[in-house]
Write a protein that binds this ligand. Sequence first.
Ligand SMILES: *Cc1c(COP(=O)(O)O)cnc(C)c1O
Length: 321
Amino acid sequence: MTALPTYDDVVAAAARLEGHAHRTPVLRSATADARWGAQFFFKCENFQRMGAFKFRGAFNALSRFDAAQRQAGAIAFSSGNHAQAVALSARLLGMPALILMPQDAPAAKLAATRGYGAEVVLYDRFTQDREALTQQLATERGMTLIPPYDHPDVLTGQGTAVKELIEETGPLDALYVCLGGGGLLSGSALSARALSPGCKVYGIEPEAGNDGQQSLRAGRIVHIETPRTIADGAQTQHLGQHTFAIIRRDVDDIRTVSDAQLVDAMRFFAERMKMVVEPTGGLAFAGACQDAATLPGARVGVIVSGGNVDLGRYAALLAGE
Ligand SMILES: *Cc1c(COP(=O)(O)O)cnc(C)c1O
């Protein structure tokens, strides 16, 4: 592994994203502040381009391609927001993109990815080795593989959201960030350590898949089976080499919340803040609410990571089905 990226790399990423990514709003909720006794600042990445923060990392990574890489384009495997982020970034930068998606991925996600102009190659999750297939296609076509989290340019791109947040709010007492493979959490920690050194940084993951918490406790990357949770953006089996090294150094703790707490967070966002937030996007707020007794009056940053959810599924979750 090369040297770990630093906050300077986040600053460079922010310059590349200028004029391409949205500067998403930081929303407040008097109801949330009154109910939980803290001062919440919600960084709303559900309003980012393509509906999640993943645009930041993908666009940053693709903008660093040299001429030959641009010509051949980018390749990624994902059934979720990273696929759309790479597809949209490639289109904006005028390069080809190839995305491997499972045959049984939701039709809406396939359509969205194709809608951004990417070529989609389907594979069978049960019989085909996704990584081997991606590697083979990357070699055949000379395309550059962009992983969803374990890449310096991806994680420093993700870190630009918290840079914007703290530049707007000033110093925070605590920051809550959702955790899958750790791209968002590690980049956020780089920004928080630089801009608000006293701020506690917490990663929140689904209780069904607490590999990050186990890894922090064990001091090494712990692998688990794919967890069963409604937080489909955080169904990762392990942290990355780069993300873990930064998380281990800069993150205060990793905590977990249940699927029921995620639904409560989604309902709060819908009812009180009029926002559609996907299940994974509720992780950070659910974690902050759980800690509220320890945060009286504190200035608390909460990352709302995305809003891409099938509306039928969303309605069923809110109805308690
Ligand atoms: C990818 C994703 C996450 C998890 O991010 P990591 O960088 O993998 O930790 C959280 N929320 C949403 C909406 C995502 O798309």
